[in-house]
Write a protein that binds this ligand. Structure first.
Ligand SMILES: Nc1ncnc2c1ncn2[C@@H]1O[C@H](COP(=O)(O)OP(=O)(O)OP(=O)(O)O)[C@@H](O)[C@H]1O
Length: 483
């Protein structure tokens, strides 16, 4: 039995936890009330850890040297998955979460000889760190002065979230937060709703990943999902490299180090934390200077007021066109073996985008490799690959409704470039239309879609009640109802 909510009770509390930014607020409103950084500083209790007891129940015990052993896959993770400090093997007790300016707060900890790791709720687009997800919801409820018991809660999940992760999400909402009613919606469906469409091909450029997701009549066509690890974080890493070269090989000094007089401890910060703080400067630069040429191969001019950039320590950098074009990385595909080569011998990276687009324009459509294949595909290729996986009948409609969503799609020129490259790679008589909402709506599109959905009168019977949860359990509910 579903909970029917009527009258003033429509709306609920809506949350979209992202890799870099989490958005929370009340359904029915135009914008999220709270926009929180998803990257949280985490200070562990130095002496205690949770370990699994024989019956699976978490036990608290003193840490041993064994717990601090760096996992075997540490360097690989550092490079390919997350730029942050890896926690010890066993899960330690969190002594304190740091919200807000994690760089400064973390730096202060290091000054005092304490440690701080930075954690993110998603890794490679997958819900990964449930402690961080819980903490973000807790903080959001507190700031909004509400709770799961007071009103229904709608949570946005990645479009390709697995049933296991969706069941875990339900457990979190019903058991940890005592929700009386909840609903899980997929990101792409919500972004399409926000753009006023029930059917669309949603191109979501987030921080951790970029995905292309076909949505038809409000349902995600799972087989058509294409995901790439090239998101805003990847662009930041690329811009970081270019900026360091421009500074003569010296890494930019992070703001947190400048504020802390003389930056005495800066060099001794752990490598991963230093990178995290440096990326903030790079992100500022990318968001205020970054552009994508409207057509492939087009030159980019530097505006008079955007030829120089002030680093936090006062150094002035002469900006280059390569640097402002960093967001163009989303349109470039690279073979994974070549990425590996790049680590060993610097200039061997080969961009395959131009070759591919040029050839594909003359060739009939080809069968694409499977979803999440080892190729880091360029955005237009992902669009094409996604369309090739869905029914021929819906392709035309999807092509006329390519909806841009996510903060990473806000770089000027993204919509025009996508249109140009998609037209070039399609070689079919189809026309493509890009729906590019205003930057604000792109950044918060998923949340806005959740806000619209949760306040529709016809949606109120869709909430899942606590009784249903208790009767069926999360796994059965997820399988039977949402997947
Ligand atoms: N004007 C801009 N130009 C380029 N990138 C931008 C701009 N504004 C924001 N971004 C980038 O968008 C990303 C954040 O977008 P968004 O909030 O959609 O991601 P997220 O939801 O946290 O990540 P994900 O969807 O991968 O989980 C960051 O990488 C940010 O730097």
């Amino acid at each position: 039995m579903s909970v029917a909510m009527g009258g003033d009770e429509t709306g609920g509390f809506v949350g979209d936890v992202g890799t870099a930014v989490s958005k929370f607020g009340f359904g029915g409103e135009d914008a999220p009330k709270g926009v929180l950084s998803s990257r949280l500083g985490c200070v562990f209790d130095q002496n205690q850890a949770y370990v699994k007891g024989s019956n699976g129940v978490p036990l608290l015990r003193e840490l041993t040297a064994e717990d601090y052993k760096v996992p075997d896959d540490y360097p690989a993770r550092l490079h390919t998955r997350s730029p942050f400090v890896a926690p010890p093997q066993n899960q330690q007790c969190v002594a304190k979460w740091l919200h807000g300016d994690v760089s400064s707060l973390g730096a202060a900890r290091f000054d005092k000889g304490e440690s701080c790791v930075v954690r993110s709720p998603l890794v490679d687009g997958e819900l990964d760190d449930w402690d961080t997800i819980e903490e973000l919801w807790r903080e959001a409820f507190e700031r909004a002065k509400t709770s799961g018991a007071e009103q229904p809660v709608l949570a946005a999940t990645p479009s390709d979230a697995t049933p296991k992760h969706r069941a875990q999400y339900l457990e979190l909402l019903f058991e940890t937060f005592g929700c009386r009613a909840a609903y899980l919606a997929r990101n792409a469906t919500l972004a399409a709703f926000a753009a006023g469409r029930a059917s669309a091909l949603v191109v979501d450029c987030g921080a951790g990943t970029t995905s292309v997701v076909p949505v038809v009549d409000g349902y995600v066509l799972m087989k058509g999902i294409r995901t790439s690890k090239r998101g805003g974080d990847h662009v930041d890493a690329h811009a970081h490299e270019l900026l360091t070269k421009l500074c003569g090989g010296t890494e930019p000094v992070p703001r947190a180090a400048v504020r802390r007089e003389g930056r005495k401890t800066y060099e001794s910060w752990p490598e991963a934390f230093r990178k995290f703080t440096q990326r903030e400067t790079v992100r500022d630069l990318k968001e205020s200077y970054g552009v994508i040429p409207k057509k492939w191969g087009l030159a980019v001019g530097l505006k008079e007021d955007k030829r120089q950039f002030f680093l936090p320590d006062g150094t002035i950098v002469d900006v280059t066109t390569d640097l402002v074009r960093a967001p163009e990385q989303l349109f470039e595909g690279v073979e994974e073996e070549e990425v590996v080569k790049k680590e060993e011998e610097e200039p061997s990276i080969k961009v395959v985008r131009d070759a591919r687009v040029g050839q594909r324009a003359l060739q009939p459509p080809q069968i694409q490799p499977p979803i999440n294949d080892p190729v880091v595909a360029a955005l237009p290729e992902m669009v094409k690959g996604s369309l090739e996986r869905v029914d021929v009948d819906v392709r035309k409609d999807l092509l006329l409704n390519i909806v841009l969503s996510g903060g990473g799609s806000c770089a000027p020129g993204t919509a025009e470039r996508l249109h140009s490259d998609v037209a070039l790679s399609l070689c079919a008589p189809f026309k493509a239309k890009i729906v590019a909402p205003a930057a604000f709506e792109r950044k918060f599109g998923v949340w806005i879609g959740g806000s619209i959905l949760s306040s529709l009168g016809s949606f109120q019977q869709m909430w899942l009640s606590k009784k249903e949860y208790d009767d069926d359990g999360p796994t059965r509910l997820v399988e039977g109802r949402w997947d």
